[in-house]
Design a protein around this ligand. Structure first.
Ligand SMILES: Cc1cc2nc3c(=O)[nH]c(=O)nc-3n(C[C@H](O)[C@H](O)[C@H](O)COP(=O)(O)OP(=O)(O)OC[C@H]3O[C@@H](n4cnc5c(N)ncnc54)[C@H](O)[C@@H]3O)c2cc1C
Length: 286
């Protein structure tokens, strides 16, 4: 039977944290607090208990697993991801996205786990993680499981997290010899994206692209990727852009109208493909 918690809890292990959340499903996990504290201040939410993840070492930092994949612990601040010195190949799209989040203050505070759990459609990580083919590790009192980034983002502000579950890590595929870029269009520097495109390019020419802020979840099209793998002419990019626009379901909001967002997609895609090609070429000279 669940017992209501009150106050601030500071577990030191993931198991302790998930046990607390199982005890009281109304308790809220607290990571960097960049969004949660603003919501508390605005009284949008008023949880009786917070479970801080700040003392759990096993979900901090970036490391390379024995099989070559990259593990980013959920409590890794955006600044650390943005300055990661590992050779990430095309997964560098995630580092590039992290470097464009808000401003230095927010990057020093926010974490990757808190960001993707909130799942605001204007966030920078979701399209980058989907393009990178990342996997999200989840932990609950009943055990651990993994879902693809594409399956993790379910709808506007809705993820695959079950009540009481936490994001424990983001896993990137083992780095290849490719290049990854994230192109963001925002009203002003430091704002959330009006629209964005993440692109991963590998030396054989294969591409994976994903669009952010133009629907409830990142947009992906196998057909667009296949087209770009064989042809990176302006005409092919325009056609791939059309395919992605067909999938779009953008909001009309203060950051831009739905029509404006649709128009941005092919333009940002062109910039993303050309930037990825340039980054790959630079890599081949280094
Ligand atoms: C002024 C401002 C500007 C911003 N601009 C941008 C931007 O340009 N681009 C961008 O991408 N982001 C932006 N953000 C969002 C920011 O980058 C953080 O990602 C975001 O605030 C959440 O991260 P956090 O670690 O602070 O999470 P918190 O604020 O601590 O938590 C956010 C939510 O996730 C839940 N939660 C936290 N950790 C976990 C976990 N491990 N598992 C499950 N649930 C969890 C919390 O209960 C809460 O509901 C901005 C935020 C602010 C305040």
């Amino acid at each position: 039977m669940s017992t209501a918690l009150q106050g601030l809890y500071r577990p030191r292990t993931l198991d302790e944290a998930t046990a607390l959340l199982a005890q009281d499903p109304e308790a809220k996990p607290l990571s960097g607090g960049a969004t949660l504290v603003a919501m508390l201040n605005a009284r949008v939410i008023e949880p009786a208990a917070l479970v801080s993840l700040a003392d759990i070492d096993e979900i901090k930092g970036i490391s390379q697993l024995p099989d070559g994949r990259i593990r980013i612990g959920a409590f890794t601040r955006h600044r650390e991801t943005a300055t990661c010195a590992l050779d990430l190949g095309s997964q560098a799209v995630v580092r590039h996205a992290a470097s464009q989040i808000a401003n230095a203050t927010v990057r020093n505070m926010g974490t990757i786990g808190g960001s993707i759990s909130f799942a605001d459609p204007g966030l920078d990580y979701p399209p980058a993680l989907v393009a990178a083919g990342a996997t999200i590790e989840l932990a609950g009192s009943g055990g651990r499981r993994s879902v693809s980034a594409a399956a993790f983002f379910v709808d506007w502000y809705l993820t695959a997290l079950e009540p009481g579950e936490l994001v424990s890590a983001v896993i990137l595929p083992a780095p290849d010899r490719g290049a990854g870029v994230y192109i963001k269009h925002a009203r002003v520097a430091g704002d959330y994206a009006t629209a964005s495109v993440a692109a991963c390019l590998v030396p054989d020419g294969a591409m994976r692209v994903a669009v952010g802020a133009c629907g409830p979840t990142p947009l992906r099209s196998d057909e667009a990727d296949a087209l770009l793998a064989g042809d990176k002419s302006d005409a092919a990019i325009a056609r791939a852009g059309e395919l992605l626009v067909e999938l779009a379901d953008p909001l009309d909001d203060v950051r831009g109208s739905a029509d404006y967002r649709r128009r941005l997609i092919p333009r940002l895609l062109l910039r993303a493909v050309r930037s990825a090609e340039a980054a790959l070429q630079e890599r081949s000279f280094s």
